[in-house]
Design a protein around this ligand. Structure first.
Ligand SMILES: [Zn+2]
Length: 561
């Protein structure tokens, strides 16, 4: 036995660099699938690990010259690297869900990478240097076993995949569970394409969809309603919600403003959250968002002219959101512009065509506090120290940059305060009934505590709670006094983004043949309590129950000195 062991040792020493390279390619499985911090892996890890090892063995036994095998595997090193990056930052694998997110919004991915450019660049350099060094070290290694040995792992793969197929009876489920590293990327990419096509088909089906929206009585006055969708705005940093820094100098002096104190998103991810704001889809039934139409069509059906104005990027891609834009009469995207460009456009529309269009509905999809923060507001809004002068991006975690990160974030809120106040100013000038609802898609983590969490998709006490504001004109209050009264009465209720579609429908007195409407609208006397279900990978949970069970409080944030 001792002889055996020393042989193994000699072998391992000779092949150490190749073993190290294989270990790197496998590392996403160790880093994620073992779930060491969640009480260990589930059974799927056997499949994942076996498939990973067998694929890698097959390639190397087949190529025989190791450097050749690993030259061919070079793209897989990048895949494994991205996988590790996604695990570290998003707490999920670089699998179909994440791929779809990346495919659907390349801009998002690009911006995130640019925002964290130092970390990304140093990781890439480390990857290239490590890869180059290892390639040099393995240049003479050759497999001496007979070529037919490759049949062993190949048969192994057939047994493993065959076994999993016998369990699921569906190749598509086999692929979904095929999260081996690095070759699982092929299964995941195939699934991404399939998912994307399914989404396109769902949209085709929605074309013939009608809400059957009606109004009992149509006001004779001009009407204008605006739904402003914010971005990555957590209520912790709004002075309207008690933040000690004055980030809402204008809204805090605004009349006719209802501040909903306790609102939660259903998922802290733009592509999923925004459709749930716009439609009757919920986090338990997100498909409804793609099989039905959005709030835009509700207003079209009762004769409103509809507008979609966005500073977010339009790409084939933001598919899950951008297909709603086609429901609007007028669509404008302002790529790489400040959110005020939306307000300026609304001003133009109101001033030029105001009297011509009696009934108008706007969706304003803003960039708000989207990464990277300092490019979201003009220099004159750089009120809180944000390090803007010495760098285009806020410095990262390492101590000194934290105050600048928070400063930049607070400046985005300050700018949002300005944008909303300007928009309300324009609404005020136009005669008739006007109302505006503001709600962002989710909050954000800003390396707030020792967990060092950054960004969203964490589904926690920082990126789930969001602000929600309702503004109405005096004419509105005269026309719908009971709705204003109900909104004020319900301002302290526990609400979620699933209240938005129905509230926006009800705000103008539009009726749907849907029993949910009186229960979900904040303008309805019969508003009922809603279980605030939230999605955080890998499951949906009751947010308030989670807060209670874990003793988590929505934290008060203290601004940097
Ligand atoms: Zn977002």
């Amino acid at each position: 036995v001792r002889n055996y062991l020393s042989q193994a040792k000699t072998w391992a020493w000779k092949w150490r660099w190749a073993l190290f390279m294989n270990l790197f390619l496998l590392s996403p499985v160790f880093a994620y699938e073992l779930r060491l911090d969640e009480g260990g892996p589930d059974r799927a890890v056997i499949f994942t690990l076996a498939a990973s090892v067998l694929w890698l063995l097959s390639v190397q036994l087949f190529a025989r010259r190791l450097w050749l095998a690993h030259a061919f595997l070079f793209p897989m090193y990048l895949v494994a690297g991205i996988d590790l990056f996604v695990i570290r930052n998003y707490h999920t694998r670089f699998a179909s869900n994440m791929l779809l997110t990346f495919v659907e919004n390349m801009g998002d991915a690009k911006e995130f990478l640019l925002g964290d450019i130092r970390r990304v660049a140093s990781s890439l350099i480390a990857l290239f240097v490590g890869y180059g060094l290892c390639m040099w070290k393995i240049r003479d290694l050759r497999v001496t076993l007979p070529r037919a040995t490759v049949l062993v792992p190949l048969v192994g793969l057939i047994v493993v995949y065959g076994g999993v197929y016998r369990y699921f009876h569906e190749w598509h489920l086999v692929m979904m569970n095929d999260r081996n590293s690095p070759f699982g990327i092929f299964s995941q990419a195939y699934l991404t394409v399939a998912l994307h096509q399914e989404e396109l088909k769902a949209r085709e089906r929605a074309k013939s969809f009608h809400f059957g929206a009606k109004r009992a009585s149509e006001p004779a006055e001009q009407e204008m309603y605006v739904l402003v969708i914010g971005e990555s705005a957590r209520r912790h940093n709004w002075s309207l919600y008690g933040y000690p820094r004055q980030t809402n100098p204008r809204l805090s002096k605004m009349d006719n403003l209802v501040v909903f104190r306790d609102v939660a998103t259903q998922v802290a991810q733009t592509q999923v959250s925004v459709p749930l704001i716009l439609t009757r889809g919920t986090i338990e039934d997100p498909r409804r968002a793609s099989t039905e139409k959005s709030i835009v069509s509700v207003f079209s059906e009762v004769g409103f002219k509809t507008y979609w104005l966005s500073t977010q990027q339009r790409e084939t891609a933001m598919a899950s959101i951008s297909h709603f834009t086609s429901e609007a009469d007028l669509v404008r995207f302002f790529d790489h512009r400040y959110d005020m460009s939306i307000v300026d456009t609304i001003k133009e529309i109101v001033e030029n065509k105001g009297p011509g269009e009696k009934k108008m509905f706007f969706v304003a999809h803003t960039l708000g506090s989207h990464f990277n923060l300092t490019s979201r507001y003009p220099p004159q809004f750089s009120i809180f120290p944000d390090g803007r002068s010495d760098s285009l991006v806020p410095k990262d975690s390492s101590g000194s940059g934290q105050a600048e990160l928070i400063g930049a974030y607070d400046n985005t809120i300050l700018y949002t305060d300005h944008v909303l106040a300007e928009l309300i100013g324009i609404l005020k000038q136009r005669p008739g009934i006007k109302a505006l609802l503001y709600v962002p898609d989710h909050g954000d983590n800003l390396r707030d505590d020792e967990r060092d969490l950054f960004g969203h998709a964490h589904g926690n006490e920082y990126d789930v709670p969001i602000p929600m504001l309702f503004w109405y004109s005096d004419e509105y209050a005269r026309k719908f006094p009971e709705k204003v009264e109900n909104a004020r009465k319900h301002a302290t209720r526990l609400l979620s983004t699933r209240n938005v579609f129905y509230s926006m429908t009800d705000v103008s007195g539009i009726a749907l043949n849907d029993p949910e409407l009186p229960r979900r609208s904040v303008f309805s006397p019969g508003l009922s309590d809603v279980k605030r279900m939230v999605y955080r990978h890998p499951k949906i949970f009751d947010f308030d129950e989670w807060l209670a069970q874990t003793g988590t409080k929505i934290p008060d944030v203290t601004p940097p000195k």
